[in-house]
Write a protein that binds this ligand. Sequence first.
Ligand code: IPD
Length: 270
Amino acid sequence: MTPDINPLLDCAVAAARKAGDHALANRDRRREANSVSPHDIKLKLDVECQAIAEGVIRNTFPDHAILGEEDPRTGTAAETPKFDPDTVRWVIDPIDGTVNFAHGLPRWCCSIGVLQGERPVAGAIYAPVLGKLYTATHESDAMCNGEPIHVSDTATLKQSIVMTGVDRHRDGSVPPLAVFTALADTVQRPRIMGVAALDMCYVAEGGGDGYIETGIFLWDIAAATLIVEQAGGKTEILKHEPGHRLQCLASNGHIHAELKDVVLRALGHA
Ligand code: IPD
């Protein structure tokens, strides 16, 4: 059964705002870490913000499933389970762009996606320093701060800005900047800005034309894929890997096939 969508969106917005505002209010604690690895950092505030978002969701929907980046059980699963098409699942990234946040850069956000089965049905992405709240449901337009947004009409890859990341492939088979290097030869400008959810929101509002990461996680993109689609764009999961890891491509639709071709060649698949 399809759930009533507006209460889901309202709750996603409330959770994203409360978690994001907590991170913002505690910016002076941004370097307090639970663990630091060569290319990542796990912050105490990540865990606090996730608990805050979960609290908001559980108050309204105590029976719904929640998948959070900072849940100690998350990411350890050898296989990502398939969900019943009626199951409602909340997918939380409490601070996307954690490294940006820890260094005091303004580009970070809280992302809350609501999935029914495998399908995103509502999402909210809140970037407190930028003062932006992106929202969408599967029944309505994508919005930024309550105003409808739309993807660009850029027609070719060579006129495009495409955002990506530094993708560390688990098996080491592809160099971390293989896709970036291929894009640098093809697009007007590639960008690495360090926040997947916001990269995709830029595609949704037409500031960028495409986004590709080949080592990203469900919590980074759950809300953002819906926002791109409802803004008139196209998203595609090129590959599912264990532990909620994905290869995700998003675009304004016009450059999709061309972008996919460049990515697959860079990965050695074409
Ligand atoms: C990261 C950011 C980054 C992307 C990484 C993600 P996190 O998420 O979205 O842009 O390149 O792949 O893991 O760890 O800051 O939530």
